[in-house]
Design a protein around this ligand. Structure first.
Ligand SMILES: O=C(O)CCC(=O)C(=O)O
Length: 508
């Protein structure tokens, strides 16, 4: 389970023109999100007559939703009274988050009625994630995205309503409305990736290495590597553009967050989306639905040992097609069931940040049993508030941009975050080889396996089933690997202890 929240700090943002923000041309889980108050970047203060400094907005960014300002601005505006509070009446003591939680219990018509109560309710009821939830809950994937979630909802359920009026009024400005929460939501949806977030590239890149070289230098020591040239023979690389995929996939439905969508509907949404956490297409059954997709790529030679295959069709999900617009991506997580993975970019490019298993990324708070992770609401928010912190860390993350034609190896247990820098299409597979077989078995055997194991409906029996199937297919392998691991551990202790006196050896 992944839960997300805002960091607790409020500062202000600066802008210098009275006009619209001066834009410069130029982020496997969808869980319920809860936020605390917002974090606004340091040393920034935003006023209506100032131009933004220190960050760039996307060229497509709409002006600030309803003129909402960060809370810090209230203190720079002597005499101003927060119209948020006036319009909420006695509900003003509730946090923005709580107000939105409550509004999330209402239907579209009720939100529409509430919007007429006060300017404050108008702003709150216009919050796009409320309408997104309504569309997804009510229509599942059978919606045709139309400019915004609110307009999509209204044009579907109230077709006689003039949505162009609603679309125009999305720019309606409310004076003196201060809310860090709503401001940051707009900011994160419209912020460009800063060049300094993309600069660092410290992953080892290899082209044409032998399988032995990969096993010895990367898989055995559990180190990431970016592999170039190992998917050059894939048909997918030349063929998988939008038109080809849409024609090939026709009416097939793909898993997109909590719903299922046709590919052409998803692309139409992706073309218009301006939100903090765009819906991400992440489908584990793509090759069963459209066998051609499965036949137009090959598992790179380094990853051919795939021990979960002994389970046949009882194996956990292991391969996904991933499609998403710029800004979509995967927030910090460790891959399921202690597996390792490879991820091959077919179109577009992805920024990767990886931390080794013993380093929890800043802003990420796993529960002690590892079953839940609390992290910032969005990937862009992580960059805004936590990326800089990694600069001073002794163990700095591995970073890279993985481009079309490149494959990254993600060793088991590594935390990773990925953001698409442009519309991207990728294939990823998670696998178990004999190098990580014991890790996987130990993971599946944990007492809270029913919470930890994923990608299968049979979480509790996966350990027994997998172990028995391995023993039947590769007799003696598990015992052999355990013996080897024990010998390795003993030879390590022999090297650091004095076996005669049972004490540590010191050398100066
Ligand atoms: O968004 C992506 O491409 C990364 C996917 C990923 O991290 C994963 O499959 O574990």
């Amino acid at each position: 389970m992944l839960s997300c929240r805002r960091s607790l700090l409020s500062q202000t943002i600066k802008r210098k023109t009275k006009n619209k923000p001066k834009n410069k041309t130029k982020v496997k889980t969808h869980k319920k999100v809860s936020r605390t108050r917002d974090y606004i970047p340091k040393n920034m203060h935003l006023e209506d007559n100032e131009e933004e400094v220190g960050f760039n907005l996307k060229s497509s960014a709409p002006s600030r939703s309803h003129g909402v300002q960060p809370l810090g601005n209230l203190y720079f505006n002597p005499g101003a009274i927060n119209s948020r509070n006036i319009g909420l009446g006695t509900l003003q003591i509730l946090s923005d988050e709580l107000v939105l939680e409550i509004l999330g219990l209402l239907e579209g018509t009720q939100l529409g009625v509430l919007a007429t109560v006060s300017k404050s309710f108008y702003v709150f009821t216009s919050h796009e994630p409320l309408w997104r939830n309504l569309v997804l809950d009510n229509l599942k994937g059978r919606f045709f995205y139309n400019r915004s979630w609110k307009v999509t909802y209204i044009s579907t359920f109230h077709p006689s309503f003039d949505v162009s009026r609603s679309a125009r009024s999305s720019g309606l400005r409310v004076r003196d409305f201060y809310s860090d929460y709503l401001f940051q939501s707009w900011l994160c949806a419209n912020l460009e990736m800063k060049p300094e977030w993309l600069e660092r590239d410290n992953i080892i890149r290899k082209r044409g290495i032998s399988v032995d070289d990969f096993l010895t230098n990367f898989e055995e020591p559990n180190k990431p590597v970016l592999l170039e040239g190992c998917m050059d023979n894939w048909d997918a690389l030349g063929k998988w553009d939008r038109d080809y995929l849409v024609n090939l996939c026709g009416d097939a439905l793909f898993a997109v967050g909590p719903v299922k969508m046709r590919l052409d509907d998803y692309f139409s949404y992706a073309d218009q989306v301006k939100e903090e956490r765009p819906l991400y297409l992440f489908d584990p059954k793509f090759a069963e639905k459209i066998p051609t997709l499965g036949s137009e790529y090959d598992v790179p030679v380094y990853f051919r040992e795939d021990l979960f295959s002994v389970l046949g069709n009882r194996r956990p999900d292991y391969r996904w097609i991933i499609i998403g617009p710029a800004g979509s991506g995967s927030s910090f997580h460790i891959d399921p069931n202690s597996t390792s993975a490879w991820n091959a970019v077919i179109r577009g490019s992805k920024k990767w940040i990886l931390f080794p298993p013993d380093v929890v990324p800043p802003g990420v708070h796993p529960s002690p049993d590892g079953a839940e992770v609390a992290c910032p609401v969005s990937i862009i928010e992580w960059f805004m508030n936590f990326y800089d912190a990694t600069k001073d860390w002794k163990k700095r993350p591995i970073e890279c941009i993985c481009k079309a034609g490149e494959v990254i190896f993600v060793p088991n247990g590594w935390w990773h975050l990925v953001i698409n820098l442009e519309e991207s299409v990728a294939i990823t597979q998670n696998y178990v080889s004999r190098r990580n077989l014991l890790n996987v078995l130990d993971f599946l055997k944990k007492p809270n396996a029913s919470k930890l194991v994923s990608g299968t409906t049979d979480r509790i029996n996966l350990y027994e089933n997998f172990k028995n199937a391995i023993e039947a297919s590769f007799p003696g392998t598990i015992d052999g690997l355990r013996l080897k691991a024990k010998q390795k551990k003993m030879s390590f202790w022999d090297s650091v202890t004095d076996s005669k006196v049972g004490a540590f050896k010191f050398s100066f």
